[in-house]
Design a protein around this ligand. Structure first.
Ligand code: GTP
Ligand code: MG
Length: 198
């Protein structure tokens, strides 16, 4: 799929203020610093569309980007970094879970995992939440340029094993990407294209 236009539309922390259009959207979620915003820039060929940083916690709001005047990419804040609210005891910010539970336009979420690390409890917990809430998602393993091809394969295999150990009957669709090298771009965009056609 070719991306002709990519425009920032709105940022906010209130799902009711997200765009009212009934266009399909694809949201990027995962631990802070995993590379969500960088991946949006890589997919759209735009260096500075989404703001990135070497420091975790850069993206703080729900950000909608309109693609080809036809669908949205949504950049979200990371989890696992912001201080846990003692009141709610939730590790996931309320407006993020609100987004996933209320946003009917969400066609698919991409849960990003840093390919270098073993499965972390918080990622498994987030995927269980998505599964229980029946929200369709794929996994994207990021930063593939940081390790060898052999290690990529063994890390993906270890991840699958851990998901099965956590009662997942099957692995969701998954992709391996590098935002610095453009790895996985066609695969992710083709997947979005397929879902858009459904
Ligand atoms: P938050 O908004 O804080 O949750 O982070 P994020 O998940 O949006 O991460 P972001 O895209 O800001 O990237 C974090 C850091 O990782 C930046 O220094 C990026 O340059 C770097 N990074 C992201 N993707 C890749 C990648 O594929 N390869 C390499 N080598 N670095 C990457
Ligand atoms: Mg970000």
């Amino acid at each position: 799929m070719k991306i002709n236009t990519a425009e920032f539309v709105i940022s906010n922390s209130d799902v009711s203020k997200c765009p009212k259009d009934f266009l399909p959207e694809y949201a990027f979620i995962g631990r802070s610093n995993v590379g969500k915003s960088s991946l949006i820039n890589m997919l759209t060929n735009r260096q500075k569309l989404a703001k990135t940083s070497g420091r975790p916690g850069k993206t703080q709001l729900i950000n909608h980007f309109l693609i080809n005047n036809n669908w949205f990419l949504v950049d979200l804040p990371g989890y696992g970094y912001a201080k846990v609210s003692k009141k709610t005891k939730s590790v996931f910010q309320q407006f993020i879970t609100d987004y996933f539970e209320k946003r009917q336009q969400l066609a698919c979420a991409f849960v990003l995992i840093d390919i270098r690390h073993e499965a972390q409890a918080i990622d498994i917990e987030f995927m269980s939440y998505m599964g229980e809430s029946e929200i369709p998602f794929c996994i994207i393993f990021t930063k593939a340029d940081k390790i060898s091809k052999v290690k990529i394969d063994s890390h993906v295999a270890a991840y699958k094993k851990q998901m099965f150990a956590n009662h997942w009957a099957e692995m969701p669709p998954y992709f391996v990407t590098s935002s610095t090298e453009g790895t996985g771009k066609e695969e992710v965009l083709n997947y979005i294209d397929e879902v858009n056609q459904e």
